[in-house]
Design a protein around this ligand. Structure first.
Ligand SMILES: *Cc1c(COP(=O)(O)O)cnc(C)c1O
Length: 223
């Protein structure tokens, strides 16, 4: 019998592909990151057994309890850090994650670059942009983004692959996704991580190359 998680994954992938085609994009250019924070291990296992390999977590400590075991069992897992990273957790984050999407300030960029170098690991990063200029949200301010991207690349030698954002909680998110795309384009970045359970359709329309879906894959979070 198919698990509920595997059914959710299949129907989401279908939906993403349909929207991609509608907007004249290649469905293969949109990855589905299953956000497993605060989800029980059984649901994560359901996703793995359905063949899914791309996951997101927002806290280093929580991910450390869950992922080393799964990663040794399924070596092709691709684990994204999508939540705020404290500099004192940078080393542990580099050891566990395959992509870090939440690089948002010079001090973190510097320490992260040193840890990546020390670990001799090929670890791409995304720059998180505070696209709604919200005080309570992480992310580099919009007007500092270009300079920060350049600093990450040229001074710290980070492999900057793309941009990530969490738009404000409003009805019309399209302008925020469009703006992130514009900042990426003018900096020669091709990857855009944007869109969650409630707004991934709009994100795909506006060029998302990864959508980060939690409850839409796994159901309600357990804590
Ligand atoms: C939790 C989380 C998600 C997934 O949110 P859902 O609404 O459950 O799809 C996506 N991105 C980030 C950064 C998150 O923290």
């Amino acid at each position: 019998m198919m698990s509920e998680v595997s059914e959710n994954l299949a129907s989401l992938k279908k939906k993403i592909a349909k929207i991609a085609v509608k907007w004249q994009r290649n469905p293969e250019d949109v990855a589905l990151i299953a956000v497993s924070k605060k989800q029980p291990d059984e649901r994560v296992r359901d996703a793995l057994e359905a063949g899914h390999r791309e996951f997101g977590e927002n806290r280093v400590q929580e991910a450390q309890g869950k992922w080393p075991g799964f990663k040794s069992e399924f070596p092709d897992i691709k684990l994204h850090l999508i939540g705020p990273l404290q500099t004192n957790k940078a080393k542990e984050a580099v050891a566990l994650f395959d992509i870090i999407q939440s690089v948002d300030r010079p001090k973190l960029a510097k320490i992260l670059a040193a840890e990546i170098k020390a670990a001799k690991k090929d670890l791409p990063v995304y720059i998180q942009v505070n696209i709604g200029e919200e005080e309570q949200k992480s992310g580099i301010p919009i007007d500092e983004a270009d300079a920060f991207i350049q600093e990450c690349r040229e001074i710290h030698g980070l492999t900057v692959e793309g941009l990530m954002c969490i738009p404000p909680n409003v009805e019309q998110v399209a302008p925020y996704f469009a703006l992130l795309g514009k900042i990426a384009a003018r900096n020669g970045l091709r990857k855009l991580s944007m869109g969650m359970s409630g707004d991934f359709e709009t994100a795909v329309q506006f060029g998302a190359t990864s959508v980060r879906v939690g409850t839409g894959v796994f159901g309600t979070r357990t804590s």
